[in-house]
Design a protein around this ligand. Structure first.
Ligand SMILES: Nc1nc2c(c(=O)[nH]1)N[C@H]1C(S)=C(S)[C@@H](COP(=O)(O)OP(=O)(O)OC[C@H]3O[C@@H](n4cnc5c(=O)[nH]c(N)nc54)[C@H](O)[C@@H]3O)O[C@H]1N2
Ligand SMILES: Nc1nc2c(c(=O)[nH]1)N[C@H]1C(S)=C(S)[C@@H](COP(=O)(O)OP(=O)(O)OC[C@H]3O[C@@H](n4cnc5c(=O)[nH]c(N)nc54)[C@H](O)[C@@H]3O)O[C@H]1N2
Ligand code: SF4
Ligand SMILES: [Mo]
Length: 739
């Protein structure tokens, strides 16, 4: 029996086929420790990936049985060990706390911090519980750290969120403009598709804008290694040249957009000399980029965290969209501004309303008609949904600091590693009155700060839908039993809802019923999914939205939004927005002379709960390293000949100690630390010990991509003080989380 499903890692959303460990006539498939495991291969019929997978997808089943959380755990205070409790006791305690906090703090004392790794059913049920039944919009997700600038930029410029492009555009474009994305490592199969097209067609250009010479940049015709945070200068500079050369689409601008004259006033102030100087690049390279863009019939831009994770993330996204609007590169084959979503179901989260300012069906909290529509669908009295957006992720941490947040419920994310300014985050978590950590694995760093730990079943153990970056929805069926007493996230939310007296609202027999109710809320919206159901997805395979009820088209991908050049804004026109760059929130200075940037490695997934247990991957990336340019290394007295070179990186908030990798791949003045090593996986090597929480005023997305640091050479720490040669997970866990 073969099950078709979706890779649960990145937003590319590759189709997988999984087969039971034992196949007739073949030896049992096992992991490196001899445990029988399900086999995985790419699903050739999946429209997004066509049978391709990267190392993460290919090894996923090696991690699904290790370090699993099997039972609810409870303790009264953080200095106590956990004790195993029944679900009955766990849920009673949780609902008692919810009731108590509702009385002492009001509904807004309750917060849930969820994840782009939820399935859509989990997301939807959580929205109904928090925003509908409890009456607080305090649901936010790790997508706040990931996608919210893209969401805000799309909404403000085009009237709605949702990437207008599809992966077929990767093979139809004349010029790919990749900005702030290391696609080769982080969206490998998207990159494979683009790379093949690029290699096959000599005329096709690839531009990569990234302060680091990543694998992605190595493949480019032109790599612009801009100084971190100068993206707006660069893009305004490109627009300036396009204007000067008359390379803009007047008819499209006149008929389909507004705000162009104001935009022109801004870009006039970005002559090439100034831009090249600000960005730290050559003028001829800037001109080359503008020329590639201007000469191409179809320009496709791809972006991710180098744009979004910025204190001017929304402005960066909107400036990129400006370039598309100016040159009419939208709503047609091979063109458009294409945000690559990070997590497997960040897109489903947006559909289901999974951020503090949005509601299901691409609706917004602030809009009274939107609130009314959702209240009606949920059978709630008018005015039940709070008219104000709830707390974003960082605001929840601040609420723990001040005591305004009385209950913090974390599910499918590991904020004790992934939040900015981690020492401040941890201090806030220590002050929390009641924290719930709902995770599939144990231990995690966040469980170390929880009062109640709830075991979640994960991918392959629960059935649900996920939507990838190109709006393709794939059903992920359960094919194995959850370990111990683990339950699907949506089941846990529904059980809590029922216990709080909302029996009718959470009377779902299974995930298919949850999905059915959810798609009803998308009817006639941009993200119309009303034609979808679990049954249809099971029978027909992955389907791309929009997919209104009654649509029988068999096309499963290849759809684009806005092909009629009509945008879902009040007047149907797309909005230009001219921005001047404000630069980094914390630029380098005399005391902190380097800009630290942070990000990902090819093999690891975030905080390693899965990939840290896969030998093939830990061999690939055994320990964290700080990347530094040879020129800076020399200045710092770091000699390449020494066997192991160590440094301490210090920011205004904390420090990290790491080995050094001297490489020309990083621009002088900039250093890089990967985000994957939290407290359980290395001593003192956390990127977020250094980062700050300053965020984009519009999207509230923190600037995880840049902070100022000093670098101090240190001796190699002794083995007692440094364990980051090899993750000694079990030992460190026992210390951290006695159970
Ligand atoms: N292997 C792997 N793949 C993943 C993930 C993972 O954990 N591991 N996570 C997934 C998730 S959730 C996400 S969000 C995506 C992230 O995918 P990406 O955004 O591609 O990954 P990052 O490494 O975070 O950052 C991308 C690049 O931004 C560059 N950058 C830093 N500052 C700037 C700047 O000011 N301007 C510009 N133009 N570039 C800058 C960095 O040098 C880096 O190479 O990856 C997804 N895929
Ligand atoms: N410095 C720095 N920090 C960053 C970033 C950066 O680039 N630099 N990137 C940011 C971004 S873009 C992101 S997306 C975040 C990611 O950061 P996190 O969301 O904290 O990272 P993950 O390790 O993916 O956490 C997911 C958790 O969910 C658990 N899990 C998996 N499946 C399930 C399930 O079905 N149910 C439940 N309940 N749990 C499950 C996993 O075991 C894991 O503990 O990090 C952010 N932080
Ligand atoms: S590219 Fe992303 S979705 Fe595809 S196999 Fe790799 S991690 Fe999974
Ligand atoms: Mo992300």
């Amino acid at each position: 029996m073969t099950e078709k499903t979706l890779c649960p890692y990145c937003g590319v959303g590759c189709g997988l086929e999984v087969l039971p460990p034992a196949q007739p006539g073949k030896s049992v498939h096992r992991d490196s420790e001899g445990n029988p495991i399900w086999q995985v291969r790419g699903d050739r019929a999946h429209p997004s990936s066509k049978g391709m997978v990267c190392v993460k997808g290919a090894t996923i089943t090696e991690s699904t049985h290790k370090n699993r959380l099997k039972y609810p755990l409870l303790r009264d205070s953080l200095d106590q060990p956990f004790r195993r409790v029944s679900w009955e006791e766990a849920l009673t305690r949780l609902t008692d706390e919810i009731k108590k906090v509702s009385l002492t703090h009001g509904a807004d004392g309750i917060c849930m911090y969820g994840s782009g790794q939820f399935q859509t059913e989990d997301y939807y049920t959580a929205q109904k519980l928090l925003k509908g039944c409890l009456g607080t919009n305090n649901f936010d997700a790790n997508s706040r750290l990931c996608m919210s600038s893209a969401v805000a930029g799309y909404m403000q410029s085009l009237g709605s969120d949702g990437p207008p492009c599809c992966y077929d555009d990767l093979e139809q474009t004349d010029c790919a403009f990749l900005i702030g994305t290391n696609t080769a490592d982080c969206h490998p199969i998207v990159f494979n598709r683009l790379r093949k097209h690029h290699k096959r067609n000599r005329d096709v250009k690839m531009i990569v804008v990234d302060p680091r010479k990543t694998k992605t940049a190595e493949a480019a015709d032109l790599h612009l290694a801009i100084k971190p945070g100068t993206d707006i200068d660069l893009m305004n500079g490109i627009a300036h040249l396009l204007l000067r050369w008359g390379k803009f689409e007047s008819i499209f601008i006149d008929e389909c957009t507004k705000g162009f004259p104001e935009f022109v006033e801004v870009i006039k102030q970005y002559p090439p000399e100034l831009v090249a100087r600000k960005c730290g690049i050559r003028i001829d390279h800037l001109e080359e980029a503008a020329q590639y863009w201007g000469d191409s019939e179809r320009v496709l831009s791809l972006w991710s965290m180098g744009m979004n994770q910025s204190s001017e993330g929304t402005a960066k996204v909107r400036t990129l969209i400006d370039l598309h609007l100016m040159t009419g590169n939208i709503g047609k084959l091979g063109a458009g501004p294409f945000s690559l979503t990070g997590q497997p179901n960040a897109m489903g989260g947006r559909e289901a309303g999974g951020l503090a300012h949005i509601l299901p069906g691409y609706r917004v909290v602030k809009n009274p008609q939107h609130r009314a529509a959702v209240e009606q669908a949920w059978g709630l009295p008018e005015g039940r949904i709070n008219p104000n957006p709830g707390r974003d992720g960082w605001d929840m941490i601040r609420g723990l600091e001040t005591g305004e947040v009385g209950l913090f419920w974390v599910a499918a994310t590991n904020p004790a590693v992934s939040m900015p300014d981690i020492e401040r985050t941890k201090k806030a978590l220590l002050k929390s009155n009641f924290t719930v950590c709902q995770d599939a694995y144990y231990p995690t760093e966040t469980a170390g700060y929880a009062h109640l730990v709830l075991p979640a079943s994960q991918w392959g153990e629960k059935t649900g839908a996920m939507t990838n970056s190109e709006r393709v929805v794939t059903l992920c069926p359960a094919f194995r039993n959850p370990p111990g007493e683990a339950k699907a996230d949506w089941e846990i939310f529904a059980a809590v809802g029922r216990r709080l007296g909302f029996e009718k609202e959470f009377n779902f027999a299974n995930a298919a019923e949850v999905y059915q109710e959810f798609v009803g809320l998308t009817r006639d919206r941009v993200c119309d999914l009303s034609g979808l159901s679990h049954q249809r997805l099971r029978e027909e395979g992955p389907i791309q939205w929009p997919c209104p009820e009654g649509e029988t088209e068999t096309i499963s991908s290849g759809k684009r939004l806005y092909t009629n050049l009509h945008f879902p804004t009040a007047d149907g026109r797309a909005n230009f927005a001219g921005y001047h760059s404000r630069g980094l929130a914390e630029p380098e200075d005399e005391n902190y002379p380097y800009v630290l940037t942070t990000g990902r490695l090819y093999g690891h997934w975030h905080t390693q709960t899965r990939t840290g247990n896969i030998p093939k991957i830990t061999k690939m990336h055994p320990y964290p390293e700080l990347e530094v340019h040879p020129r800076d290394a020399k200045k710092l007295g770091l000699e390449e000949t020494k066997e192991e070179i160590w440094v301490e990186a210090r920011s205004r908030r904390g420090k990290a100690r790491l080995r050094v990798k001297i490489t020309k791949a990083i621009a002088p003045g900039t250093v890089f630390i990967p985000m994957h090593w939290g407290a359980l996986w290395a001593d003192d090597a956390e990127a977020n010990a250094l980062t700050h929480p300053e965020s984009c005023p519009s999207s509230k997305q923190p600037e995880l991509k840049a902070c100022a640091v000093q670098i101090i050479p240190i001796n190699k720490p002794s083995s007692e003080t440094a364990i980051n040669a090899e993750p000694k997970l079990q030992e460190s866990l026992k210390k951290l989380l006695p159970i």
